[in-house]
Write a protein that binds this ligand. Structure first.
Ligand code: SF4
Ligand code: FES
Length: 242
């Protein structure tokens, strides 16, 4: 009896020969323990070695394997082929990012957004690298811990209708990262200058898809709404907290 297979329709874009991306179909084994990433690896190893895609940890930690799977941004190492029944499954690069090749997108703009929020502990009168110890209670850790779970997978950007229309929007993960530091009892910055902008928290229309697709339950939508309250208070009470 022939082994069961599933068809993957994979976006191919080779800039030296393609004017635009095209879908190419491959049959791969349908095994209950195979993730979408295993299907792509099968293509690369056995069917077409020219296919390009990113991955590293295969365990939902590195954040590099995000792709659009049947119209939804997903970590391909944590999305099982069996979810898609008889198939076919469409696999495309994350929406909203320039495509470099096949399923590989350009992440430079995303990295620049992360750095723009000063994602480090800022201490008045102390220059990095900080050497002192700053004790923290479990409650103080809990205040920001959720926002520190981000793995920079960019799924939230791909799901965000504001970002997809306006690539200058600071976006969910960068704002959640800013809140990770703002809510840290050791930090003395408030990042008001980078967050209180139309291209930052005020651009968010609270669709909430960023939170829905986040594989780490960071809840960037909540981070953004919380900072809107902080920024509004800051505007009328400049001495109010972060
Ligand atoms: S907030 Fe969630 S979806 Fe967005 S980059 Fe971080 S882990 Fe990924
Ligand atoms: S390969 Fe690392 S998160 Fe998927």
């Amino acid at each position: 009896m022939a082994a069961e297979t599933i068809r993957l329709d994979v976006a191919r874009y080779r800039p030296e020969e393609d004017a635009e991306p095209v879908l190419q179909s491959y049959e791969v084994p349908l095994r209950p323990d195979w993730a979408v990433l295993d299907g792509l690896a099968h293509i690369k190893d056995h069917l077409d070695g020219t296919l390009s895609f990113r991955w590293s940890c295969r365990m939902g930690i590195c954040g590099s394997c995000g792709m659009d799977v049947d119209g939804e941004p997903r970590l391909t190492c944590g999305t099982f082929l069996a979810e898609y029944g008889a198939g076919p499954v469409r696999i495309e690069p994350l929406k909203g990012f320039p495509v470099i090749r096949d399923l590989v997108v350009d992440i430079d703009g995303f990295l620049a957004k992360l750095s723009s929020v000063r994602p480090w502990l800022v201490r008045e009168g102390e220059e990095p690298p900080l050497t002192a110890e700053y004790a923290q209670t479990p409650a103080q850790l809990d205040a920001y811990k959720q926002y520190s779970m981000c793995i920079n997978c960019m799924l939230c950007y791909s799901a965000c209708p504001v970002y997809v229309l306006d690539p200058d929007f600071l976006g969910p993960a960068a704002i959640a990262l800013a809140q990770r530091y703002n809510l840290d009892s050791r930090d003395m910055d408030d990042r008001f200058d980078v967050l209180n902008l139309e291209e930052a928290v005020w651009g968010c229309t609270f669709v909430g898809d960023c939170t829905r697709v986040c594989p780490k339950h960071v809840d960037p939508a909540e981070a953004i709404q919380r900072y809107k309250v902080t920024a509004a208070l800051r505007s009328v009470l400049p001495w109010s907290g972060r």
